[in-house]
Design a protein around this ligand. Sequence first.
Ligand code: ADP
Ligand code: MG
Length: 592
Amino acid sequence: MTSGAKSKAPVKGKVLKAFGNLLQVEFEGDVRQGEVGFVELPDTSLKGEVIEVAGNEVKLQVFEDTRGVALNTPVTFTGDLLEAELGPGLIQTIFDGLQNRLEVVAETSGYFLPRGVYVPAIDREVEWEYVPVAKVGDTLMRGETLGTTLEGRFTHHIMVPFSFFGKVTLTWVIEPGKYTIETVVAKGTSETGEELSFTMLQKWPIKMGLFEGERIKPTKMMDTGSRILDTQVPIMKGGTFCTPGPFGAGKTVLQHHLSKYSSVDLVVLVACGERAGEVVEILREFPHLIDPHTKEPLITRTCIICNTSSMPVSARESSIYMGITIAEYYRQMGLDVLLLADSTSRWAQALREMSGRLEEIPGEEAFPAYLASRIASFYERGGVVSLADGRQGSITICGAVSPAGGSFEEPVTQATLAVVGAFCGLSKARSDARRYPSIDPLISWSKYVGDVAKLLESDAPGWGEGVARASYFLREGTEIGKRMEVVGEEGVSLDDLTIHLKGELYDFCYLQQNAFDPVDAYCPLDRQIPLFRLINHIFETKFDFPNRDRAREFFLMLQSKIKTMNSTEYQTDEYKKLFAEIEEYIESARKL
Ligand code: ADP
Ligand code: MG
């Protein structure tokens, strides 16, 4: 045993009723809510989770097709909650919602496990170079480091299991060397005199938050390489945000952008209920992409959980919890983790479906009444931890929301908006107009604007005022644009037209960014800052145009020059030349 938590003897039961993959099971003994049970069929056994206990009957949600299950089919309850396996070997791996390693079966069954087959999450054969850190006689608590091993480029801390509460004094530690995750690497005695032994593998129930240390406020910005996000809707490491948008608006493209370019150590990508084709695309694309921060393959900082729309709905619910649990485990090592969930609406649909089968009283749009609290408790698992030795780790959460019909006035979007720190609303109007990323800057908001302005003050003096100015031109410019639609261009003054053109320039040259342009796709902060300064210079310049045509012509030309610069490799001679040319061009228009 790897910790102080004891498993009880398995309890036997038998099936009374089946409604789809929800089974009513009668049992003798002691079964808990959330416990895992196996339905024993002659040729296979199917995994399920207890979702309701009443007297000596439970409702068991089976994660797979239940064909063949009949009256009195035996069920074995394991005594364990639905758990994640935690240890070295999670990074660079692709799991399904129950932590089956999809790569293992990919070649033979094309990403779909045959029914009743479960693959261990972490390879039992691989040997890891283990370096003990804690010594005999040391007294440790949960989460403290026993030793380390190198997982890719990360120092993976082997920690006292989080399921162990209290103190353990080590009585034996292994020599440095190569061991599998099941080798005992340390032994100790608990305060109550219990003998404990530890391996590199530990388990944690996925529906419970894993957290040890002090919860502190976010202190660092997450640079995303997306100008509209970093400038208009900035995100702090340890913060939460959501990206709701109608079908085809660009949620998945945005999530992929974030997974590639965000300035974090590790990305956990949960593809939840989305089209299988998109997931296969990620799996094909990822191994070939290079992390712009470290120049290493991106996959070396990524863990993917995927549960596509063609996999069972019930495992979809667990995929989100699986992802956040893995993120929490690495946060405890002092890493900055980004968790991307695409999409939380599909997850909410799974909750709705299960609630319907349980015949619970439905809330708004037939979602269960506890939808909002489930969403809140998911986002609450994000945040920053300050560890005992002063290191910090964080989880930033980004949830895509795909509201039916694209209206944000629906329960999942509304419940999410109530708890997140930033809202990036994707709009159909913008995506139809090919204004990508189609985040609508006029409806989006971030509670981190002030924090980020403070952080950037030394590298980019006046950043905060710049953002306020940009927002003004955007809002005013849009209003004037609407007026012009009604009264025509002649109906507004030349000054108003100029405000409109400045707003449009900001949109076209700064907020918009082509995800498929090799240079423009990624615009890190050090590149954003001079461009933003240039844009603000344009905002502040009082142009002296003789007429409307000249104003239009000038901004059109300026736009094309800046766009060319945006697609030019940063700080090259070519880039510098373009930048100087643009400044000169702006100067020339003052004198017109
Ligand atoms: P959603 O996930 O919201 O349904 P997608 O992310 O799949 O939508 O985007 C749909 C299409 O929109 C993409 O295939 C792509 O052609 C286009 N698109 C979205 N975002 C961008 C972007 N930033 N740059 C260029 N094209 C984009
Ligand atoms: Mg999508």
